[in-house]
Design a binder for this molecule. Structure first.
Ligand SMILES: Nc1ncnc2c1ncn2[C@@H]1O[C@H](COP(=O)(O)OP(=O)(O)OP(=O)(O)O)[C@@H](O)[C@H]1O
Ligand SMILES: [Mg+2]
Length: 502
């Protein structure tokens, strides 16, 4: 008789030094089942999957694949057993092309002759099958948007004969049309009998595509349930252990003078004649699809890239920041989309990352950094965001994905900014922490900071913004006031469907 479960992980224990990351955790997944793995930031989801995929050794516990006990002591062994993992942090080689990345395993096979034409053609075929023919197989991965990098990562893993596919927050970097494509792909794989383990902080998705759910909390197993036996509220209760009726806390900010104004900004196809203004105390949302030019626009303003033409007025003065450093010094902050590349220094301590942008606050008159002040500040702001960490002197890379995001954000909360641009501020952050971040954004607005928030989560744009702009193909195509903000309108604008035609 065929075994009921494709994967059975039993009584898994994992310690990192003194931290007990997993304590007696179990997980069972059937063939053709989409199984959600949920829990707060730092609950142990990624760690459990890294053990399944051979990236981390376990301290205790057993793993069965199709009923047979397996050691899984290396990534190679896991791959040979058909485990494919799409990590939360990408594992691509940025300077290689899309095709090279997809077939990277085969490239490292030294004795083989590589037919480049064939390689490119095969990559194109796979991309097309997945519905992403617009991705050029010959382009380098670093030239792609984060969303497309994700797609490449998935392609790369599907070329292997995967029987177990682990997706660690796959949609965090995608917008709805891409998410739909991914879901179609998941349906297809499911029909082929692939077992899919799906980690996500987006509850809507879990209820849409998952058959069963395993809940973890603080490294322990809480419950395994069928999706149809639960509703969202019950699931949140299991995850955070409290009711979450108010996702979007109220804000009482007075909207004041214009802080940042951008006039006819241009750079190539990505940024065309972009004009907008944001005022003190205002939260301005920027919605749109991935690749619409939102991040590119913000990078021009921040001095990370050069504009071709246009004017930027900041605090009543025409400015032209030559570098992000200049922008920060004048009181303009940016939380970048790509946390790993630009947001945090992973090999630096949590404390340094938190207070890096606000050294002046902690430098005493004589120019000496006050360590005490530094520590106090760090502790306060990390506590505010409910960040889970061991010691603030630990490397930021030892934090869970969502907690790294909180450190990236914390840095701007302690800096004295007049305007902060937040690019996907709650990406990868659990529900409880999202509310904390929203509260912090509200606090900043109430202190008179002007906030620009790029978000691909429409509920967030609707729940948080006083006003939202929609970008499409490098242009601003719509503007909606709080009273007009709705999911339907946001989708129509960003897809280029006329909003007034019904
Ligand atoms: N390499 C590491 N060194 C030290 N501690 C680690 C390491 N990786 C993870 N941890 C710790 O293990 C715990 C579980 O982390 P894990 O990344 O599995 O959480 P997660 O559930 O995936 O969270 P998130 O939703 O934020 O991604 C956390 O306390 C984290 O700090
Ligand atoms: Mg994780």
């Amino acid at each position: 008789m065929a075994n009921e479960y494709r994967v059975e992980m039993k009584n898994i224990v994992k310690r990192f030094g003194g931290v007990l990351a997993l304590n007696d955790v179990s997980l069972r997944v059937r063939p053709g089942e989409v199984h959600a793995l949920v829990g707060e930031n730092g609950a142990g989801k990624s760690t459990l999957m890294k053990i399944l995929s051979g990236a981390f050794p376990r301290d205790e516990g057993t793993i069965f694949i199709d009923g047979k006990e397996e050691k899984i002591s290396s990534p190679r062994e896991a791959k040979d057993l058909g485990v494919a993992t799409i990590y939360q942090e990408f594992m691509l080689a940025p300077h290689l092309t899309v095709a090279e990345n997809i077939f990277i395993d085969r490239l490292s096979d030294k004795n083989r002759f590589i037919n480049w034409k064939d390689l490119n053609r095969k990559a194109e075929e796979i991309l097309k099958q997945l519905g992403f023919e617009e991705i050029n197989a010959r382009a380098t991965v670093e030239s792609l948007s984060v969303a497309y990098q994700q797609v490449v990562e998935i392609c790369k893993n599907l070329t292997r004969n995967a029987r177990i596919l682990v997706l660690d927050e796959p949609t965090a970097v995608l917008t709805f049309s891409e998410i739909e494509k991914l879901f179609l792909l998941i349906e297809k794989l499911k029909k082929d009998g692939v077992s899919i383990i799906y980690i996500s902080h987006r509850l809507e998705e879990i209820f849409q595509i998952c058959d069963r759910i395993t809940v973890l909390k603080d490294g322990t197993f809480v419950k395994e349930v069928g999706t149809e036996e639960m509703d969202k509220n019950q699931l949140v209760n299991l995850m955070v252990g409290r009711d979450m009726s108010t996702l979007f806390p109220p804000r009482e900010a007075k909207i004041g003078e214009t802080v940042l104004e951008v006039k006819n900004l241009n750079r190539g196809k990505q940024v065309q004649n972009v004009s907008f203004a944001v005022r003190a105390g205002e939260v301005l949302g920027i919605s749109g699809l991935v690749g619409a030019g939102r991040t590119e626009t913000m990078r021009l303003i921040f001095g990370a890239d050069r504009k071709e033409s246009g004017e930027i007025v900041f605090m009543g003065e025409s400015v032209n920041f030559k570098s992000p450093k200049q922008a920060v010094r004048r009181g303009l902050g940016l939380l970048p989309e790509d946390r790993k590349q630009q947001g945090v220094l992973l090999e630096q301590s949590i404390r340094i990352n938190t207070t890096l942008s606000s050294l002046k606050k902690i430098i005493r008159l004589l120019g000496v950094i006050s360590e005490k002040k530094d520590k106090e500040l760090t502790k306060d702001v990390l506590e505010q965001l409910a960040t889970k960490y061991n010691s603030m002197e630990d490397h930021t890379s030892s934090l869970s994905g969502g907690n790294q995001q909180k450190v990236a954000l914390a840095k701007w909360l302690v800096a004295d900014c007049k305007c902060i641009i937040l690019d996907e501020p709650t990406r990868g952050v659990d529900v409880g922490a999202k509310v904390e971040i929203y509260k912090n954004i509200n606090d900043l607005a109430e202190q008179g900071v002007a906030i620009v928030m790029i978000s691909s989560e429409m509920t967030e744009i609707i729940g948080m913004c006083d006003r939202a702009l929609i970008m499409r193909q490098g242009k601003i195509v719509g503007e909606l006031d709080k009273s007009e903000l709705g999911e339907d309108k946001l989708i129509r604008y960003s897809m280029g469907v006329n909003v007034h035609e019904e």
